[in-house]
Design a binder for this molecule. Structure first.
Ligand code: NDP
Length: 312
């Protein structure tokens, strides 16, 4: 059986094209959805993430702005910035880029974002709504998983999904969203005994452990659909050559650049055992920003009349 590769970039492109046309529709009501990104300090990875989010806004025609604050910003100062954004009519989504510098009380800051503008879905009100099955702004990476499955016509209802990882930003919300789609859900974590046996029962296997290539053929049931959330950078040549022995192009790229990305699933094993899987890179990752845009539009739709076509 040749496994189907679930192309996250192609799915992202179609999501963004649909969102762009909804932004156009919103313009008929004099509304331009707006996202504010708050970046504290100089973390290089965070700068890249924020830049990519702003680019996605440009791509769909939404308004965006980045508020850059020095690393010494205090918790009360950051709270004041967020509260100012809460009060602005032209800003629908507020994104506080994590991680925040260690001296800042991240929970307090995230708790100050208005739940209606909480496009990351981290506010306790949205977490509670998600857990109790109410409409809400849900976290972007888990939403991306559901989007990939639906747009690939992969049935969720009635199937057994196993989620490896129970973090608040990926594992738990992914499990809740799968449950809302009527999957039977098992959540695994570092204390789960006999992980391979539990994982092998999965018809849909979600890997979100943050451990490079941890899930191998002994974890993947024949014909499972495998969604790999993990993003791990590898620099060790022996490991890369072992994991990508089947992929000469990847090895060539590694030999040139000195690093490569791998997910939480063994890339060679998944291609042999799964019926469909997301590659790393180019699988789950691209959907995260697309879902951020989708959440921003959902937040903006509260400014439009109830019958407006931009309401998804
Ligand atoms: P966390 O480190 O917060 O959580 C990891 C989870 O995996 C924990 O629940 C942990 O269990 C579990 N785990 C760790 N080791 C094992 C093990 N050996 N067996 C079983 N379970 C294990 O990570 P995140 O959820 O934030 O991220 C997971 C991965 O997804 C990372 O690689 C991250 O880079 C990536 N990511 C990708 C995104 C994207 O856009 N594609 C977005 C966000 C994250 P326990 O709770 O018991 O410690």
């Amino acid at each position: 059986m040749v496994a189907r590769i679930l192309d996250g970039k192609a799915i992202r492109d179609s999501v963004l094209a649909e969102l762009a046309s909804r932004v156009e529709q919103a313009a008929h009501y004099g509304i331009r959805p707006g996202l504010a990104a708050v970046l504290v300090g100089e973390d290089p990875a965070s700068k890249i993430y924020v830049r990519n989010k702003i680019r996605a806004c440009d791509r769909i025609g939404a308004h965006s702005e980045t508020l850059r604050l020095p690393a010494e910003t205090t918790t009360p100062e950051l709270v004041a910035v967020v509260e100012d954004l809460n009060g602005r009519e032209d800003i629908d989504g507020i994104l506080v880029q994590l991680p925040l510098p260690g001296h800042i009380d991240a929970q307090r800051v995230l708790g100050c974002v208005s739940p209606e503008k909480d496009v990351d879905g981290f506010h306790p009100v949205n977490v509670g709504k998600l857990a109790s099955g109410q409409a809400c702004l849900a976290p972007c990476t888990p939403r991306g998983l559901i989007e990939i499955l639906k747009r690939s016509q992969i049935q969720i209802k009635g199937r057994h999904a196993v989620v490896v990882g129970r973090s608040n930003i990926v594992g738990k919300p992914a499990a809740l969203l799968l449950l809302a789609e009527h999957a039977t859900v098992t959540i695994c974590h570092s204390r789960t005994p006999d992980l391979p046996t539990v994982c092998r029962r999965a018809e849909i296997l979600v890997a979100a452990a943050g451990r490079p290539a941890m899930l191998t053929r002994e974890h993947i049931g024949d014909g499972a659909v495998v969604l790999d959330v993990g993003i791990n950078r590898l620099q060790d040549a022996a490991t890369v050559h072992r994991l990508f022995a089947h992929d000469p192009r990847r090895l060539e790229g590694f030999d040139k650049s000195g690093s490569t990305l791998v997910g939480d699933v063994h890339p060679g094993d998944v291609a042999q055992c799964a019926s469909a899987y997301t590659p790393v890179p180019g699988g789950v990752g691209p959907l995260t920003i697309a879902m951020l845009m989708s959440n921003t539009l959902a937040a903006a739709s509260r400014r439009t009349p109830a019958d407006a076509p931009m309401r998804a």
